[in-house]
Write a protein that binds this ligand. Structure first.
Ligand SMILES: [Mn+2]
Length: 318
């Protein structure tokens, strides 16, 4: 952690009265939690500032907090803070190229530089953990709700302190928050993990229908009609990829859903061995070494991706 850079982030935040906070398209709990926690913490610390968390809202994540609607942006005199997103093309909610002042805060492997002040900590479990470092090392204040929001992001992105790079540092940091704000972890976990039976039924469908190759590559293409017949939405179906961890017969597994509005196949990939983000990058995606996403336009492209991942599994096995 570079304390001087965190200080510079804080000094920059202090200078601007209007701040927009954005994250990646197809948000997950870390993306949404980080933008809401940062917005609320800046507002709590600087009462006069106008701070907006922008981007499409997802009904499933309403428990985390409300996002803001912005009708017109101030391009010249505002600050944009991008969270949880390493490349400009995956930013949701505004056209970053129009803004003069931008800060990037992230924990993904570096993809491209798009601002003059970038704080990236690949050793952090989540963007929420990075924000906790920012708050702990500057004079940005937190309250009980903000602390809870940060924990939602940390728990979700680390999959309950399972995924790398979970280490003792993040456990101490979270323990600190729990103590300081007298938080009830059971309540926080219930918020994140409580779900309707229809979702579990859909998981049953996926488990029964996922294809597994002899190279231990598993994939399923989820028809929108099937997803809606289980009363689920496409994004939560896609996120179920996280629930298929630790399956003996899978080395890499991939869930594909179809976005009708954008006419695009959304691909969610996980791995417990081969590095997949470089492959995902070739298919209009990217992400972490073992957890990536991609977006492809045609069935042909999708088949290429399937073959490439299957070959990667074969090479890994050999
Ligand atoms: Mn994240």
């Amino acid at each position: 952690m570079k304390k001087e850079v965190l200080k510079r982030v804080y000094d920059t935040i202090k200078r601007f009265n209007t701040i927009y906070i954005v994250r990646h398209i197809g948000p997950d709990p870390d993306a949404v939690s980080s933008q809401i926690a940062l917005r609320d913490a800046i507002k709590l610390s600087f009462k006069e500032k106008h701070v907006y968390a922008v981007g499409a809202s997802v009904s499933k994540f309403k428990y985390i907090g409300k996002l803001d609607k912005v009708d017109s942006f101030d391009y010249e005199n505002s600050l944009v803070i991008t969270l949880d997103v390493p490349n400009i093309s995956r930013i949701d909610g505004l056209d970053l190229t129009k803004f003069k002042n931008v800060i990037k805060i992230d924990h993904h492997p570096f993809v491209e530089k798009f601002s003059s002040l970038e704080y990236i900590d690949e050793g952090a479990t989540s963007t929420c953990e990075v924000l906790l470092d920012l708050f702990n090392n500057t004079r940005i204040k937190m309250d009980k709700i903000i602390a809870t929001t940060l924990i939602i992001g940390i728990v979700s992105d680390s999959n309950r302190f399972l995924f790398s790079p979970t280490d003792e540092k993040v456990l101490y940091k979270v323990a600190d928050l729990v103590k300081k704000f007298n938080l009830n972890l059971q309540d926080i976990y219930a918020k994140i993990y409580r779900r309707p039976i229809s979702e579990v039924r859909l998981m049953g469908y996926i488990a029964s229908n996922i294809k597994v190759t002899r190279n231990k590559f598993a994939y399923i293409i989820l028809d929108s009609d099937i997803v809606s017949s289980f009363n689920a939405d496409v994004s939560s179906a896609s996120n179920m990829v996280n629930d298929f961890n630790n399956i003996e017969e899978f080395v890499v597994w991939m869930f594909v859903t179809y976005d009708e509005k954008a006419s695009i196949y959304k691909v969610n990939i996980r791995s417990r061995g081969p590095i997949i983000n470089e492959i995902a990058a070739k298919y209009n995606g990217g992400g972490h070494k073992f957890s990536s996403g991609a977006r492809v336009k045609t069935m042909e492209e999708l088949n290429d991706l399937i073959n490439e991942l299957d070959m990667t599994c074969k090479n890994y096995k050999d």
